[in-house]
Every structure is written in C-alpha cells, then in structure tokens.
Write a protein of this length. Structure first.
Length: 94
C-alpha cells in the first residue's frame, strides 16, 4: 500500500513539474536574456526570417545561453524561458 501511495505522489509531482511557468519565464528573460539580446526592436530577433526553426531548438538555445553565461539555472527555469519565448514570439505547436 505504501509503495502505491509513493508511486502516486511521484507521478503527481512529476506531472506538476512538467508544466512551465510562463510568468517565471518572462521574469528570467527580462532579467537575464534582454541584456545580450537587446536591440532597437528586440522582437525582430525572434521574428527574423532565419529564426529558430522548432520548439526543440528554442530549448537547446536557452540551454546553450545558460551554460555559456554560467547562470546556474535549474532545468525547470530553462523550460520556463523556452515556453515563454514560444508562447510570446515563436508560437510553435507542441
């Protein structure tokens, strides 16, 4: 019985952890990403013709920036920023 309860708890926690927090993504993007990606029209970076071609690539680029700048973000924070970028600029389907 105890193992069934632990399994249920683990599954519910992992499902909750998978949902990105767009507000946190917006905060982290504004606090860290804009410094390097600031342009006169920062939206042009995300809407240019040769922009990232898929949601998968957004996640990879966020991870690369986090590593290059040694930000020390958790994977969930990277997912939050990638989800924010996708929801705000890219709009790729899941």
């Amino acid at each position: 019985m105890r193992s069934v309860m632990l399994l249920g708890l683990a599954l519910s926690l992992s499902a909750a952890a998978e949902e990105p927090d767009l507000d946190n993504g917006a905060f982290l993007h504004g606090d860290h990403c804009i410094e390097c990606h600031m342009m006169d029209d920062h939206e042009a970076l995300y809407s240019r013709e040769n922009r990232l071609p898929s949601r998968f690539r957004i996640n990879g680029q966020v991870s690369a920036c986090v590593q290059a700048l040694d930000l020390g973000w958790f994977p969930e924070e990277e997912s939050d920023v990638a989800a924010y970028l996708n929801a705000t600029y890219y709009r790729y389907e899941d």
